[in-house]
Write a protein that binds this ligand. Structure first.
Ligand code: PMT
Length: 403
């Protein structure tokens, strides 16, 4: 359901007994990270109170077209432009008929007319009303206009009838809403992503590491899943939860990360090295905790860690290989150097001298450098940048001549 994070959803509720299920749908959208604005027809307010939906959505509920107070807040045209998605659940037979006729005689129909956002309807009505020629003809016409219908379900109805007309359960509607945001850009592809820091042990209680939070790599995993890919996320120690539909392997050291990457590397079509891998590890790991002793200084002999991404990129059948370059100066020059030395197809350079972006921040800014192209992705959330990077990778892959 992560695909609904930051999505702006108008949930329209029309008059029908299934209106009570919209409370749960509102809660599910909120839990998924969506910003929800509820719009109710006057009939809907007979079944469930606006106050309930206001408490669950955390936003004022809109009920009337000509409400000066609501218009002073977010006017109906502004609301129509604000929405990424409009979901009407339940959608009554009357609402479907009015929508099909292009009417704008209440706030909800007006919003549907005034918005370019995708529109999905979850019908709920008596089975005879659903099967009637008029309703079926209205549904047919709306389908031609790219309106999406979810359901109805079939079964026992509140009126005692049995048949089609039950609103889909809120969980199913939330799931279908999320699926609207799945693209097919990487469908059939397997993507390996490394994320987070590595920890290189000095003794049983001490280690060398860095400030990587894993946020950038995890955002990439979400974006790759959304693009239809199968994703393996090889993660250093971070506190982030595993994204949905992602196979995650938790590791500690660079050597463990390499072993996990190589385990099933033949299956990998795209490799993205976002992890901040320690370049060196203590040459000897003490078996017992090192004692302070009497000396004011101690020396730590360090050994070079394997270069994971370079190992992947050296393979005869190398996956499309994307590196990251965390730089504090001469960003483009150093990043281009890594692109060439490590035999990468693309490198995403970020300026980690800027504390607002990069390590442990929710935002980043990337310069994407490949053999012939350079593209600047301006500062934005890591979620947005991850989607842009995945789109760029998909584009470059279409231009790639397989080795
Ligand atoms: O995790 P966040 O807090 O969200 O921060 C994100 C980030 C800043 C860590 C990320 O955007 C980033 O820049 N990751 C790469 C950091 C890095 O170690 O860069 P590098 O220039 O040292 O390494 C270049 C590339 O080689 C990287 O793809 C790295 O994963 C890879 N590498 C490096 C060393 C090594 N031994 N093996 C590797 O695979």
């Amino acid at each position: 359901m992560q695909r609904l994070t930051n999505k702006r959803i108008i949930l329209g509720i029309t008059g029908g007994i299934a209106a009570y299920k919209s409370a749960e749908l509102t809660r599910l959208y909120k839990t998924a990270g969506a910003d929800v604005r509820v719009v109710m027809t006057p009939a809907a307010t007979e079944f469930i109170t606006p106050l309930t939906l206001q408490a669950l959505s955390g936003n004022p509920v809109h009920t009337a077209l000509l409400d000066p107070e609501a218009e002073a807040g977010m006017g109906h045209i502004e609301l129509a432009r604000w929405a990424d998605l409009i979901v009407i659940a339940p959608a009554s037979a009357d609402f479907i008929a009015r929508l099909k006729s292009g009417m704008a005689n209440d706030l909800l129909t007006t919003l549907c007319l005034a918005s370019d956002a995708p529109l999905a309807l979850a019908p709920a009505m008596n089975q005879a009303m659903w099967r009637s020629t008029q309703t079926q003809s209205n549904v047919f016409d709306l389908l031609q206009q790219q309106v999406v219908f979810w359901g109805p379900d079939s079964g026992e109805q509140a009126c005692g009838d049995v048949g089609p007309g039950r609103m889909l359960e809120p969980g199913a509607i939330a799931q279908l809403s999320a699926e609207l945001y799945t693209t097919k850009l990487l469908s059939g592809k397997t993507v390996f992503i490394t994320a987070g820091p590595t920890r290189e042990a000095i003794d049983p209680v001490r280690y060398i590491s860095n400030h990587s939070s894993g946020k950038m790599g995890y955002a990439l995993a979400v974006a790759a899943v959304e693009a239809g890919a199968k994703v393996k996320l090889i993660s250093g120690p971070v506190i982030l939860p595993c994204p949905e539909r992602v196979e995650r392997v938790m590791i500690e050291s660079a050597e463990q990360m390499l072993a996990s990457v190589l385990e099933d590397i033949d299956a990998c079509d795209i490799f993205i090295g976002c992890a901040a891998v320690a370049d060196f590890r203590p040459a000897h790991q003490a078996e017992q905790k090192i004692k302070k002793g009497s000396s004011d200084t101690i020396s730590l002999l360090m050994s070079k860690n394997p270069d994971i991404i370079a190992t992947v990129a050296q393979r005869t059948h190398k996956p499309f290989t994307v590196g990251f370059a965390a730089e504090t100066e001469n960003m483009q020059e150093y990043a281009r150097g890594k692109l060439e030395q490590k035999n990468l197809d693309l490198i995403a350079a970020n300026d980690v001298s800027n504390t607002e972006i990069g390590f442990n921040s929710d935002e980043n800014a990337l310069t994407l450098i490949s053999d012939k192209q350079q593209l600047v992705l301006e500062q934005a959330s890591k979620a947005v940048l991850a989607q842009q990077l995945i789109r760029h990778i998909a584009l470059l892959m279409t231009q790639r001549i397989d080795p």
